[in-house]
Ligand binder design. Structure first.
Ligand code: SAM
Length: 278
């Protein structure tokens, strides 16, 4: 993989981006399984799908930032959207391409190896841009991402992002109960922080919804945001949910009903935020 800094010594940022890339490359092969697509993830995924469909008619041109194995991109291509799916992990991009071929939607979905830190490499105009499950938590410069989104999306166009938030009560309780206090509080970190996955490191930035929106405010008006998986636990606790499905089903309905309320919408495993190009 070549980067712009081929000839120069890698900067700390280059190294962090490379480590994050290696982390996701290492899980790409099984990312559609329990790790990347269990029932708690699917529940949040369906909320993003419904939101994109409420905002944009079929046939719209969509850009997916951090597409992973292409589950969302193929879903939208099947529903006749035109999708450009991008990701920083070459293995994820390969998987997304294969998925599009297998689903017979390659004419409506292209997958490109582009990181969110290099969106200037993407040309064209889009009606909407979405990003699901935290790729934007890996963006080293969110204001630059916002400026690139403003370049790429038409006036009045839509952004729909799901982003890892700072306040996840389940996570604090889960790790604190195991004596892993530093991990319990990792989302409170200022700036970039290392998070382990599969013996690799994902360099991660956490946000409150308003803190996230501030980076986009110059170009985009805030339409709404809501909590995802606040009453339900984060996806890595899926075993607990499987043991008591009825109870957790009720918690899921509380997420649906209450996740948009003030204060509650500032918490949860992720938040879903919708913005419109000014
Ligand atoms: C948690 S996965 C979510 C994947 C997909 N959106 C989904 O819903 O299944 C995060 C994705 O962000 C990608 N990613 C990480 N850093 C990135 C970056 N700098 N630019 C673009 N994508 C990045 C990873 O390769 C991975 O595919």
């Amino acid at each position: 993989m070549s980067t712009r800094h081929d000839l120069a010594a890698p900067t700390p940022l280059d190294i962090r981006l490379r480590e994050t890339q290696e982390a996701f490359d290492s899980v790409a092969a099984d990312y559609d399984g329990p790790r990347g697509n269990n029932e708690l993830i699917q529940r949040m995924r369906h909320t993003l799908w419904a939101t994109v469909r409420e905002e944009l008619p079929a046939g719209s041109r969509l850009l997916d930032l951090g597409c992973g194995t292409g589950i969302d991109a193929v879903e939208f291509a099947r529903s006749r959207f035109q999708v450009t799916a991008s990701d920083w992990s070459p293995r994820m991009v390969e998987r997304a391409r294969d998925r599009a071929e297998a689903a017979g939607v390659a004419s409506r979905m292209q997958a490109v190896h582009v990181g969110v830190q290099e969106l200037d490499r993407i040309e064209g105009e889009f009606d909407g841009i979405y990003s699901n499950f935290g790729p934007l938590n890996c963006a080293p410069d969110l204001r630059e991402v916002a400026a690139q989104c403003a370049r790429l999306v038409r006036p009045g166009g839509t952004l729909v992002f799901s982003v890892m938030g700072r306040i996840c009560p389940w996570e604090v309780a889960h790790y604190a109960a195991r004596g892993r206090f530093r991990r319990a509080l990792v989302r409170g970190a200022r700036g970039v922080t290392p998070v382990g996955m599969n013996r690799h490191t994902i360099w991660t930035y956490y946000y409150m919804p308003r803190e996230f929106y501030a980076a986009f405010a110059e170009h985009f008006a805030l339409s709404q945001y809501r909590a995802l998986s606040l009453f339900l636990p984060p996806p890595y606790m899926v075993d607990r949910v499987r043991r008591r499905p009825g109870f957790y089903d009720r918690l899921g309905r509380m997420d649906d009903r209450l996740g948009k309320l003030p204060l509650l919408r500032d918490m949860g495993d992720h938040f879903l935020i919708v913005m419109h190009r000014r």
